[in-house]
Design a protein around this ligand. Structure first.
Ligand SMILES: NC(=O)C1=CN([C@@H]2O[C@H](COP(=O)(O)OP(=O)(O)OC[C@H]3O[C@@H](n4cnc5c(N)ncnc54)[C@H](OP(=O)(O)O)[C@@H]3O)[C@@H](O)[C@H]2O)C=CC1
Ligand SMILES: O=C(O)C1=N[C@H](C(=O)O)C[C@H](O)C1
Length: 269
């Protein structure tokens, strides 16, 4: 089949990169047309199937992102903030749908991505799974139903390689809680408590991060009041849930006009 959308995976040797490559190769709705890794990586110049320890698949890993993107209808990008900002500009030049899973993006990074989205479709979410996006909706509804007698705490746990905190998902959940409450998260965010912090401020939304072992991703939103607690929880046990969501986003974006979208748009939530 040559008429299905061609997909490029960036950061192909990474944890999500490899999961995405396998997901695209297993799908009959798209084709793998490129894999990009950092210049100097030992996968560069190898067939990606061989590099991953299997049979050749006819796609050579490259460090030339623009050349790879020019052949693609979509780029799926779970890498690192600086790389994602650079890829956003190149994907826009190639008019390829850019699906961004990378977390830890600064306000400046987000502004650069937003500028690229004037020319092409960008779908970005700190978590691409159906379950978490549903949890985001539920968090917003519960926060809207409760007053500030309920303290909101977001608790997340991830593997020991993760470099950013709070996680992108925790921030999505915090934003949803703040939106439900009708406040701006920037005004009520409380992360990284340590030492004599003073008593908890009423109305704050707290964040705690656990890092250890191979935890894929766990998120609790706790609403704690005098005499009772509500806890909304999502447990990810397999990175395939993120890859499936990302591929869905890449296909969904094919007939959309330029702009920045998220998984709520893709999933119709
Ligand atoms: N939105 C979602 O649903 C999810 C988001 N994530 C996010 O995705 C990102 C990646 O996660 P994960 O796969 O676990 O991380 P890994 O560290 O395993 O993989 C990241 C990959 O990106 C590569 N990379 C970094 N910079 C560049 C560059 N300039 N050019 C090409 N490749 C580059 C890395 O290469 P090198 O090793 O050489 O640096 C590495 O192969 C994180 O931000 C994470 O939070 C993860 C899971 C789900
Ligand atoms: O780095 C990860 O692994 C994950 N990152 C995302 C996040 O920051 O929330 C999504 C998922 O939890 C896994």
């Amino acid at each position: 089949m040559t008429d299905t959308p061609g997909i490029v995976i960036t950061g192909g040797s990474g944890k999500m990169g490899q999961m995405l490559i396998n997901t695209v190769l297993a799908s009959d709705k798209c084709r793998l047309v490129g894999v990009v890794d950092r210049a100097g990586h030992d996968w560069i110049g190898q067939d990606v199937g061989t590099a991953m320890g299997g049979q050749p698949v006819g796609v050579i890993v490259t460090d030339d992102a623009l050349e790879a993107f020019a052949k693609a209808q979509a780029v799926i990008d779970f890498t690192a903030p600086a790389a994602t900002v650079a890829f956003a500009e190149l994907a826009a030049q190639a008019r390829a749908v850019h699906v961004i899973g990378t977390t830890g993006l600064t306000d400046d990074d987000l502004a650069a991505i937003n500028a690229a989205a004037r020319h092409a479709v960008v779908v970005r979410a700190g978590n691409m799974s159906l379950g978490v996006n549903l949890l985001v909706k539920l968090t917003q509804k519960v926060a809207a139903a409760l007053d500030e007698d309920f303290d909101i705490e977001v608790i997340e746990a991830h593997h020991h390689h993760k470099v950013d905190a709070p996680s992108g998902t925790a921030l999505m959940l915090g934003e949803a809680a703040a939106e439900g409450r009708g406040v701006d998260l920037k005004d009520v965010r409380d992360s990284g408590r340590d030492g004599i912090t003073g008593a908890r401020k009423r109305g704050d939304i707290g964040f705690s991060a656990i890092r250890g072992g191979d935890i894929v991703g766990e998120h609790d939103v706790m609403f704690a009041a005098a005499g009772e607690r509500i806890v909304l929880r999502h447990l990810a046990t397999d990175r395939a849930i993120f890859a499936r969501g990302a591929l869905k986003a890449a296909l969904w974006g094919q007939d959309k006009g330029p702009g920045e979208y998220d998984m709520m748009d893709v999933l119709g939530l």
